[in-house]
Write a protein that binds this ligand. Structure first.
Ligand code: NI
Length: 135
């Protein structure tokens, strides 16, 4: 009997979408306002979904305190109040789009979770835009 357990987290961060190998005109054409040179911020929200069997001894799929701690260390503390382009090595050479951020978060959490769990990450960039990985 598999059950999904969710934990929400948030972080506030700045980013800019652009390619160094493109000129300003092309960056503006492709990335619009997100290419503004002086960066802009989002209040990101992350929904972490963990699926597993209920442990008959505890009644838990996963200890939520442990999951919270993991998300705090690997996601919140790493990205909160940072400039994703400049401060975070995870995005050196990787455009910090919602698509790339959600994959980076998955790859940070996946090795820290027992392989008996399925993991899916949903990243909200705005109230209306969100990203999911694995799809
Ligand atoms: Ni943006």
């Amino acid at each position: 009997m598999k059950v999904a357990v969710f934990r929400k987290a948030t972080f506030n961060a700045a980013h800019r979408l652009y390619r160094k190998d493109w000129d300003d005109t092309k960056n503006k054409e492709v990335f619009g306002l997100c290419a503004n040179p002086h960066y802009h911020g989002h209040n990101y929200r992350v929904d972490v979904k963990v699926v597993g069997e209920i442990d008959p001894e505890t009644g838990y799929v996963i200890d939520l305190n442990l999951l919270n701690q993991l998300i705090k260390e690997e996601v919140h503390d790493r990205f909160d109040h940072r400039n994703l382009n400049l401060d975070c090595p995870e995005f050196a050479g990787l455009n910090p789009t919602g698509e790339n951020i959600v994959v980076v978060i998955y790859n940070l959490l996946r090795p820290k979770l027992d392989s008996k769990y399925d993991l899916q990450i949903r990243l909200w960039e705005t109230e209306r835009n969100y990203f999911e990985y694995p799809a």
